[in-house]
Design a protein around this ligand. Structure first.
Ligand code: CTP
Length: 416
């Protein structure tokens, strides 16, 4: 039973840490959680304390560390922590922790907390590739996911020692965002389970010569938020990223590109049989007719070299006209400014019709405000003529609204 009811000023997060070398990375996650206003209680397992000691957790969380069920027994910590939590995050989660959680064991404070928690639970596994791929771990992960636990996919890369492969703890910043997404939504609904979605992000570059390019100011943050939130809702996600400098979202396949032609090729390749494609990237509309193989030099007469541009193909319009599957949903973005020929909404409606997509996310960029910022404000325009304003909020919050709309469109399509 939850003891909640009255609104608490700070969300309560239990950060479980199990015994893997990646335990030190949980310090960074803890710092992010506390600095962003969360009340965090760290519950390290006995093995985790071999890697990072209780004083570190206590100092970073600003409160005593709950290490075992025998401390402060009168406060019944083995049930109270789980009951009172708004979110439980376990990072790193070892193969052993996943096994104990999947089997409902309660042999230490962390597993007891997991058994009593009625709030969403996010776990970030980290282990050697062989352990992650073992049939026992696969079954345990499947069981936990079935029960609604958000199990992040481990990252690929360097493991303890000289090994490399799948099993690295995702970047702490990414675990932080994934955890916050779940906390903000208040549930860990997997309504995109079984979906394959493709998201593009960033801005393409069109090279003039080996060192110069035409580009734009897109940071890729909105596309990354879309990819991350889709993965958190259970989708298998391919993120085609053009010239971004952001950490790979946990559990997302990231494909890197530079030019619009590469973006198009990779998006089309990834979209075969996709349930939804969201074009959040800002592809350069034009490219130089010719790319000089050597650096273009200044001339002595002070003149500029001629620059002939040709138009790039429209990826979004192409996808909408020739869908990978008849029911693939296609979503576009429009960054608009009003001008003499029409206001922002009029331009966006015309663009929705021209591109033929199902949904267009309109950003008013009159003040240049969206680029690189953490927040976004938008209007969702649907092909049926509806316009839904989304108030200013995080790019993750907007992403969830977009996925909600996509899920609704799919359901409408199925009942039609
Ligand atoms: N887009 C695309 N391929 C292009 C250009 C744009 O797929 N070559 C997509 C973007 O990813 C975005 C949408 O189309 O989802 C709208 O982008 P925008 O630049 O606003 O559209 P344009 O067609 O370039 O319109 P404008 O003439 O207003 O720049």
């Amino acid at each position: 039973m939850s003891t909640g009811g009255s609104r608490r000023p700070r969300p309560r997060v239990v950060l479980g840490v199990s015994g893997g070398i990646a335990a030190y990375k949980a310090c960074e996650l803890l710092r992010r959680l506390t600095e962003s206003g969360h009340d965090v209680t760290v519950v390290p397992t006995a093995a985790a304390l071999e890697f990072v000691g209780a004083p570190t957790w206590a100092a970073l969380s600003g409160k005593p560390v709950a290490t075992d069920v025998w401390t402060s027994v009168h406060e019944v910590p083995h049930v109270r922590l789980g009951q009172e939590a708004d979110l439980v995050v376990v990072a790193p989660a070892t193969a052993d922790l996943l096994a104990r959680a999947a089997h409902g064991m309660a042999d230490d404070l962390l597993t007891s907390t997991l058994l009593t928690a009625r709030c969403p639970v996010v776990v970030a596994p980290a282990m050697h590739t062989e352990m992650w791929e073992h049939a026992a771990t696969r079954a345990n992960v499947a069981t936990l996911r079935e029960r609604g636990v958000v199990v992040l996919e481990p990252a690929e890369g360097r493991l303890t020692g000289a090994d490399t492969g799948k099993g690295r703890l995702p970047d702490p910043e990414e675990i932080f965002h994934a955890a916050l997404d779940v906390l903000v939504r208040g549930d860990a609904r997997q309504d995109l389970a079984g979906w394959h979605v493709v998201v593009s992000a960033g801005g393409t570059r069109e090279y003039l010569d080996p060192v110069r390019y035409l580009g734009n100011r897109s940071s890729g943050r909105q596309g990354y938020a879309l990819a991350r939130t889709a993965a958190a809702r259970g989708a298998s996600v391919t993120l085609v990223a053009a010239n971004t400098e952001l950490a790979d979202p946990a559990g997302v396949k990231v494909v890197r590109v530079e030019t619009t032609a590469e973006l198009r090729e990779r998006v089309l390749e990834a979209s075969v049989a996709a349930d939804a494609v969201v074009m959040a990237a800002a592809p350069a509309d034009f490219r130089p007719a010719e790319v000089s193989t050597s650096k273009i030099k200044k001339s002595d007469d002070g003149g500029a070299p001629p620059l002939e541009l040709v138009q790039n193909p429209d990826i979004l319009a192409g996808l909408a006209a020739d869908r990978p599957r008849p029911d693939t949903l296609v979503v576009g973005f429009a960054a608009e400014t009003g001008d003499a020929s029409g206001d922002v909404l009029a331009h966006a409606r015309a663009k929705l019709a021209r591109k033929g997509c199902d949904l267009l996310v309109l950003n008013d960029v009159s003040g240049g405000a969206v680029f690189g910022s953490e927040d976004n404000e938008a209007v969702l325009l649907a092909a049926d003529g509806s316009a839904t304003p989304v108030p200013r909020g995080s790019k993750s919050a907007l992403s969830h609204v977009i996925w909600d709309a996509v899920v609704r469109l799919r359901a409408d399509g199925e009942t039609r």
